[in-house]
Design a protein around this ligand. Structure first.
Ligand code: HEM
Length: 433
C-alpha cells in the first residue's frame, strides 16, 4: 500500500478495520493529532462512502468521503445549508463557551454567525462580492512586491545552524504579514492576527487558550480593535483594504455588529490557519520525500505546482459541513432534512477514482490544481489566489537563500478534526546558499 508520509502501524490499521462500521467516528480528534486518520477514510471510501455516526461528541452526523459525493453536496447549495455552522462543533465545548460568555455579560453567539461562510443565498453573495475585489488577481499583483520584500526580511532574519520552530518564526510570521497588508492593519501589531485566530480555533488547554474566559476576553479585544478600524475607515473612506471595502459597500455597511465581527473572524481564520499549515506542510512533505525536494531545487519553475500539490496533500481544512434542507438521496442512503453532513475534503483528496496515486506527494503532477482543498460551488475559497500568491513568493525566496531546510524529529500536530495542521515543527537550516 502506498501511504506516503507515515506508514501506519499494524495496530492503527487493525483498529480502523476492526471497529464495527456503525461505531466508526471519523472525526475522533485523537486520530488527527497522532496522524492515524488515513486507514479510517480509506475504509469508509471502500465500504461505506456515505456513513452515519449516530452518537459522538459532535452529535449525530453523516460523513461523505468520496470525491464525486463531496462535489454533489458542495455544489447543491439549496439542498445543503451553511447557516447553522460549517464545522463540526463539540457539543459540550459549545455549552461551556456559552456559559463563559454569559459570565462576562456577553450574548452567546449563534452556531453560524461566522461571516458570509455561514450565510445562504441571496445574502451570502452580497457579502462575498464586497470583499472579492480585494483578493482578486489585479489587486494581488499590486500587493505582491510588498509581500515579497517583507517575506525576504522574515527569511533573512532566520538563524543558521541552530534549531528553531518553523511554525512560529516563518509560517505564522508570513501569514500575519500578508493578512496585515490586506487589512491595512498596524504592521507592528501583526502577530495579534494569528494570536486571535489561535484563540478562536482552540479549546482550553490547546494552543494559547487557557480557559473559556481567556478565550472570550481575547475575542473582545479583537472585536474592539476592528471596531476602531471600522470607525476610522468609515470617516476616512476610499481605501483599497478589506475593511475600507466593507465600509464602502452599501449592503455590508449596513450589516449588524455581530455580522461584522463574524466577517472579521472569517477573514482572520480563513487567511491564517490554512496558509500557515500549507507552509509547514510543504516542509514536512518535502523532507519526507527527498526526491521531490531535489526536483524542486533543480527546477524552481516547479514552485507553483508544488504549492498546489502541498495544498492537496495537506488539505489544511479537513472538512466543511452543511445541514440538509430536505430529504436527499446520496450514495444509496437517505439524508433527512435537518441532519448534519460533513464533506471530508481530506478524504476526497486521497480518492483514487479522481486522483492517480493519491497517497504519493508528486510536485510535477499533470493537473496540480485538481484538488478539493478550496471546496467547490458558491462558497469556494475566496482567498485561494492570495494563498497561492504568498506561498509561491515565499518558496521562490526560500530557494534563493537556503539549499535545504531540515526537519528535526516529528512535528506536533493540531488538536482538531477541522484545521489539519501543526502547532510546532523543529527545523534547522544548515547553511545559506
Ligand atoms: C491554502 C490556503 C487555503 C485553504 C486550503 C482554504 C480553504 C477554504 C475552504 C475549504 C473554504 C470553504 C469552501 C466551501 O465551503 O466550498 C474556504 C472559504 C473561504 N476562505 Fe479559504 N482557504 C485558504 C486560504 C484563504 C485565505 C488566504 C483567505 C483570506 C485572505 C481565505 C478566506 C476565505 C473566505 C472568506 C471563505 C468563505 C467564502 C464563502 O463563503 O463564499 N482563505 N476556504
Amino acid at each position: 500500500m502506498n501511504i506516503a508520509v507515515k506508514p501506519e502501524s499494524g495496530a492503527e490499521l487493525s483498529e480502523a478495520y476492526a471497529t464495527p462500521l456503525a461505531e466508526l467516528n471519523p472525526a475522533n480528534i485523537e486520530r488527527f493529532q497522532n496522524d492515524t486518520i488515513w486507514p479510517v477514510f480509506e475504509r469508509l471510501r471502500r465500504e461505506d462512502p456515505v456513513h452515519f455516526t449516530a452518537d459522538s461528541e459532535f452529535g449525530p452526523y453523516w460523513s461523505v468521503t468520496r470525491w464525486e459525493d463531496i462535489m454533489a453536496v458542495d455544489t447543491d447549495h439549496e439542498g445543503f445549508s451553511s447557516a447553522d455552522g460549517i464545522g463540526l462543533a463539540n457539543l459540550k465545548a459549545m455549552e461551556e463557551q456559552e456559559a463563559a460568555l454569559k459570565a462576562i455579560g456577553q450574548e452567546p453567539r449563534r452556531r453560524g454567525g461566522a461571516g458570509f461562510i455561514t450565510m445562504d443565498e441571496p445574502e451570502h453573495s452580497v457579502h462575498r462580492k464586497a470583499v472579492s475585489p480585494t483578493v482578486a488577481p489585479a489587486n494581488l499583483a499590486k500587493m505582491a512586491p510588498l509581500v515579497r520584500e517583507r517575506a525576504g526580511q522574515i527569511l533573512d532574519s532566520l538563524p543558521i545552524g541552530v534549531q528553531f520552530d518553523w511554525v512560529d518564526l516563518v509560517s505564522k510570521e508570513l501569514t500575519a504579514m500578508t493578512l496585515a497588508t490586506l487589512f491595512d492593519f498596524p504592521f507592528e501589531n501583526r502577530r495579534k492576527l494569528p494570536y486571535w485566530s489561535d484563540m478562536v480555533m482552540n479549546q482550553p488547554g490547546h494552543g494559547p487558550v487557557k480557559s473559556w474566559q481567556h478565550k472570550a476576553e481575547a475575542m473582545m479585544e479583537c472585536f474592539g480593535t476592528f471596531e476602531s478600524m471600522w470607525n476610522e475607515r468609515v470617516t476616512s473612506g476610499g481605501g483599497n483594504d478589506l475593511i475600507s471595502m466593507l465600509t464602502a459597500h452599501p449592503e455590508t455597511r449596513a450589516m449588524s455588529r455581530e455580522q461584522y465581527h463574524g466577517t472579521v473572524i472569517l477573514l482572520i481564520v480563513g487567511g491564517n490557519d490554512t496558509t500557515r499549515n500549507t507552509i509547514s506542510g510543504s516542509i514536512y512533505a518535502l523532507n519526507n520525500n527527498p526526491d521531490q525536494y531535489a526536483k524542486l531545487r533543480a527546477n524552481p519553475d516547479l514552485v507553483l505546482p508544488m504549492v498546489s500539490e502541498t495544498i492537496r496533500y495537506q488539505t489544511p481544512l479537513a472538512h466543511m459541513s452543511r445541514v440538509a434542507t430536505r430529504d436527499i438521496e446520496l450514495g444509496g442512503k437517505t439524508i433527512k432534512a435537518g441532519e448534519r453532513v460533513v464533506m471530508w475534503y481530506i478524504s476526497g483528496n486521497r480518492d483514487e477514482s479522481a486522483i492517480e496515486n493519491p497517497n504519493a506527494y508528486i510536485i510535477d503532477r499533470e493537473r496540480p490544481r485538481q484538488h478539493m482543498s478550496f471546496g467547490f460551488g458558491i462558497h469556494r475559497c475566496v482567498g485561494n489566489r492570495v494563498a497561492e500568491m504568498q506561498l509561491t513568493i515565499i518558496w521562490e525566496e526560500i530557494l534563493k537563500r537556503f539549499p535545504v531546510i531540515e526537519m528535526v524529529g516529528e512535528p506536533v500536530r493540531s488538536y482538531s478534526a477541522f484545521v489539519h495542521g501543526f502547532e510546532s515543527m523543529q527545523v534547522i537550516i544548515p547553511a545559506r546558499a
